[in-house]
Design a protein around this ligand. Structure first.
Ligand code: NDP
Ligand code: TDO
Ligand code: MG
Length: 299
């Protein structure tokens, strides 16, 4: 069983490598330095050389606002890269586990989005990720595309890290309270993907296709910031909690428009794989404890 992890140095990639090795799989982990996904011939050659049992694509262009101007880069990594991987998988007759985002939706639906709901991305990042989903689905039969959202982990840049940095610097923060979604710990996504890998390993029947998976419960970015500061305060990472002012998206202009409600319904993955949503507050606590241990954010 050889698991090939692409984008291994990212938030999800890091958690995947750790857990794949713990589970005893032969794990080949590469990031940008070893393999540029946007190069078709080197991607095809690399897959042919490694001969993996399954590929997990955790690589992506994830800078949502920068994507509005770096359009070609976003599409190269988020659309073309997955296409090249899907072609390689088709040739080798192996499955691809791919990751997508809640930002494929416009956010106008008042209730959680189903896999069958029509996407309508509001920005370049969401559009490029949607086109990546489509490329994979068109090229390959044996694929899982897992849409997730609001990912955080102890490594890399994410909302949790940004809020803690700001909370250290200021007494007052302003955070949008009119965008709802579901934070998801990268460790939980990695577990979900490796559950699917285990099924592949055991040659169990798999219903391939598109699935939603996020942490629970859904909240606003404002409420997420409140929880981050509260937990960090309780763990002694913050000496005092800042005042977090709830604002509207209008008061926080960004290059890319974000969806208003991007909560994802996760019943299908529960039905097909018996996978339940994890409480992201537990994942958050693990991340904060790790940062405390490493003396990050200490002043
Ligand atoms: N972050 C989030 O909030 C969310 C993420 N997702 C999706 O989840 C997946 C994982 O995201 P996350 O772990 O946060 O992403 P990160 O940005 O943390 O990691 C992505 C990794 O991909 C690498 N990469 C970029 N371009 C290439 C390339 N051309 N070839 C090879 N590797 C490349 C990056 O390298 P480098 O840093 O050097 O560019 C980075 O190590 C992605 O598909 C993302 O779209 C979905 C919902 C929310
Ligand atoms: C830092 C900050 C952000 N915000 C707002 C801006 C934005 O609307 C929202 C989230 O901010 P960020 O830019 O950190 O998050 P963003 O980059 O939009 O996060 C997204 O990343 C991509 C990769 C995904 O796939 C999505 O699921 C989602 O996680 O919070 C504030 O209102 N105040 C603040 O101080
Ligand atoms: Mg971001």
């Amino acid at each position: 069983m050889t698991v090939l992890i692409i984008g291994a140095a990212g938030q999800l990639g890091t958690e995947l490598c750790l857990r794949s090795k713990v589970r005893g799989y032969d794990t080949v982990a590469v990031d940008y330095n070893e393999l540029d996904l946007t190069n078709e011939s080197s991607t095809q050659a690399f897959v042919a050389q490694v001969k993996p049992t399954v590929i997990i694509n955790a690589a992506a262009y994830t800078a949502v606002d920068r994507a509005e101007t770096e359009i070609a880069s976003a599409f190269a990594v988020n659309r073309d890269g997955p296409l090249y991987l899907a072609k390689s998988c088709a040739k080798a007759d192996i499955p691809l586990l791919h990751i997508s985002t809640d930002y494929v939706f416009d956010g106008k639906k008042p209730t959680p989005y189903l896999e069958t709901d029509t996407p309508n991305p509001q920005g370049v990042y969401g559009q490029s990720k949607l086109e990546g989903e489509i490329a994979v689905a068109r090229t390959l039969n044996k694929y899982i595309t897992l849409r997730t959202a609001w990912v955080f982990s102890a490594t890399g840049n994410n909302f949790v890290r940004t809020i803690l940095r700001l909370a250290k610097e200021r007494d007052e923060l302003s955070v949008v309270a009119d965008q709802t979604g579901a934070p998801t710990w990268a460790g939980d996504i990695a577990e979900v993907l490796l559950e699917i890998v285990e099924r592949i390993h055991q040659s169990k029947t798999i219903t391939w296709g598109l699935y939603h998976y996020t942490g629970s419960p859904a909240i606003t970015w404002h409420a997420f910031a409140e929880t981050i500061c509260q937990q960090a305060f309780e763990l002694g990472i913050l000496r005092k909690k800042p005042f977090i002012k709830p604002i509207s998206s209008y008061e926080y202009p960004t290059a890319a428009k974000r969806p208003q409600n991007s909560a994802l319904a996760c019943a299908l993955i529960q039905e097909e794989f018996l996978i339940s949503q994890a409480d992201w507050r537990k994942g958050l606590e693990q991340v904060l404890i790790q940062w405390k241990k490493n003396n990050e954010f200490s002043t």
